[in-house]
Design a protein around this ligand. Structure first.
Ligand SMILES: Nc1ncnc2c1ncn2[C@@H]1O[C@H](COP(=O)(O)OP(=O)(O)O)[C@@H](O)[C@H]1O
Ligand SMILES: Cc1ncsc1CCOP(=O)(O)O
Ligand SMILES: [Mg+2]
Length: 266
């Protein structure tokens, strides 16, 4: 996995404009739709259990985000996820707030049990909890994982059978064996609600066109993080940064990503 591969994947996203079906939270849903467009994909949000499987079958990727979950939504996610698996559509799971309440943790574990998830994208606290090695989650915010971050992500990947994309100052992307560290990003990304959710949407765009979920997730986090760096350069605070983040991702070219992606094997 290298910068050139990331650049090629961005080119593919722009060329293929994958449909990314989201069942997601009500806080950041509009940001997820628009960041998908800026990355080069086409978003659709279809949450009802009566249609979620049908929509998943037509998608290039399915993003499940439990940020404002309720039991009916989890049922819809399970239906969509199972249909996505039947159709070979990759599933991205964002376990927002797992570890903060029993409903969140149990719902994520149930989805992981019943759906083959391609990429589990969470912050360090969420991934530590799901790895079983420990992590701190307060509301939707990470207080970090217990122990080494790379080992925690690897343990979680092995335990869940997914590619884990653990976000933070450095993003760790691993299938339990191979591991890529993504250095792109800016501290302002942590000052805006929704950057984790948006990261999952961008991962959905890239995994839809990638040969393997690890490369797709790593390339997506490079692109999103580089847009964050560029957006932060002109920002006066979190809300002008938000505008810059969208605009910079929209303007990002494969050549920019080839020159600006900062990733390495671990
Ligand atoms: N301090 C930071 N420096 C650089 N990038 C960051 C920082 N904090 C978060 N990010 C980036 O912001 C995005 C969201 O990550 P994170 O804040 O960990 O997610 P969440 O919102 O789910 O807690 C990721 O792309 C991550 O790389
Ligand atoms: C504040 C909040 N509460 C439930 S979902 C949500 C948004 C979480 O956004 P992110 O974890 O992507 O920053
Ligand atoms: Mg956040």
């Amino acid at each position: 996995m290298d910068a050139q591969t990331s650049a090629a994947l961005l080119g593919l996203v722009r060329e293929k404009r994958p449909l990314v079906h989201h069942i997601t939270n009500t806080v950041t849903i509009n940001d997820c739709a628009n960041i998908t467009i800026c990355a080069g994909g086409a978003p659709v949000m279809a949450g009802a259990a009566e249609e979620s499987a049908e929509m998943a079958a037509a998608a290039g990727a399915l993003v499940l985000n439990i940020g404002t979950l309720d039991p009916a939504q989890v049922e819809s996610m399970l239906r969509a996820g199972r249909r996505a698996n039947e159709c070979g559509v990759p599933v991205i799971l964002d376990p927002v707030g797992a570890g903060a309440t029993a409903l969140r943790t149990e719902s994520v574990l149930r989805i992981l049990e019943e759906v083959e998830v391609a990429v589990l994208k969470g912050n360090a606290g969420e991934i530590g909890v799901l790895a079983g090695t420990g992590g701190t989650v307060r509301g939707v915010d990470s207080g970090g994982c217990d122990g080494d971050a790379v080992e925690t992500a690897r343990t979680c990947a092995r335990a869940t059978g997914t590619v884990v994309a653990m976000t933070g100052i450095v993003d760790v992307v691993t299938d339990g064996e191979r591991c890529v560290l993504v250095q792109n990003g800016d501290p302002l990304m942590d000052r805006l609600s929704g950057t984790g959710c948006m990261a999952s949407s961008v991962v959905g765009c890239f995994v839809a066109v990638a040969d393997d979920p690890l490369s797709g997730a790593a390339a997506a986090l490079c692109a999103f993080g580089l847009a964050g760096e560029r957006g932060a350069a002109a920002a006066r605070g979190p809300y002008s940064f938000r505008t810059g983040l969208f605009d910079e991702l929209y303007a990002l070219t494969p050549e920019d990503l080839a020159g600006g992606a900062r990733l390495e094997a671990a």
